[in-house]
Design a protein around this ligand. Structure first.
Ligand code: CTP
Ligand code: MG
Length: 225
């Protein structure tokens, strides 16, 4: 299975002066943890890392040090996650029928979750890993007044991996370009195009390292493993 790893962000919410994926977590770059999990997932054969040109050299060194046994490609990202994934899809070989996309920033993923997603995507057209929401979620208007409270039992927090039929996802991205749709994940494009996306049980610990607090929580979880 082909895996795309978007890693071309800047980590603005981390408040660091460089891509957060290159910051250290228990003495290894965040991206290294993500790659180690992908390496251990037996169902993944090809990994494409999507990054900014100014991070390329550092990422090449990370990849070389890991001596990964999978086919690795490093390609250029765009100015949004959506654009980065678009570039990743263009870089896939024609024979790629299905693809998994996993954010470099979700570095606590287990190999088992990768393998579960690969098993499922072989049978269907679209999936995402997700977990039930624990908080009660409020929809709030521009004045800070609550508009409504969606029923919690219907709410899921989206994670990655997200898996798709390559041809269909490419068509969704083209439609998004034509219509100016801006989304934060690929499932949202599938949904807008009326295509089904199935939930696969994610992992509570599969958090996205976004803020310095997340980095501290990630360290705590890794120490417990
Ligand atoms: N990403 C990407 N290309 C972009 C922006 C983001 O490949 N132009 C990647 C990030 O590297 C990350 C994933 O998409 O692995 C999820 O994005 P996010 O957590 O928002 O990371 P950043 O965009 O780097 O962080 P911030 O939004 O705080 O700047
Ligand atoms: Mg971002």
């Amino acid at each position: 299975m082909y895996l795309l790893i978007p890693a071309a962000g800047s980590g603005r919410r981390m408040g660091s002066d460089r891509n957060k994926l290159l910051l250290s977590l228990l003495e290894k770059p965040i991206l290294t943890w993500t790659l180690l999990a992908a390496q251990k997932a037996s169902s993944i054969s090809d990994i494409t890392i999507i990054c900014q040109p100014h991070d390329r050299e550092e990422i090449e060194i990370i990849v070389d040090d890991l001596k990964l046994t999978k086919a690795i490609k490093i390609i250029r990202g765009g100015s949004s996650r959506q654009e980065s994934v678009y570039n990743g899809l263009q870089a896939l070989p024609d024979r790629a029928e299905k693809v998994l996309i996993h954010d470099g920033a979700r570095c606590l993923i287990t190999p088992e979750l990768f393998d579960r997603c690969v098993d499922s995507i072989r049978e269907i057209q679209g999936l995402i890993a997700a977990v039930p929401v624990k908080d009660t979620i409020k929809v709030v208007d521009e004045h800070g007044i609550i508009h409504n409270t969606p029923e919690r039992s219907k709410l899921w927090a989206a994670q990655t991996p997200q898996g798709f039929d390559v041809k269909l996802l490419k068509e969704c991205h083209e439609k998004a370009l034509d219509n100016g749709w801006k989304v934060t994940d690929d499932a949202a494009l599938f949904e807008r195009c009326g295509l089904p996306v199935k939930i696969v049980p994610g992992e509570e610990t599969n958090l996205k390292v976004t803020t310095p607090q997340d980095l501290a929580i990630a360290e705590f979880i890794l120490r417990g493993r």
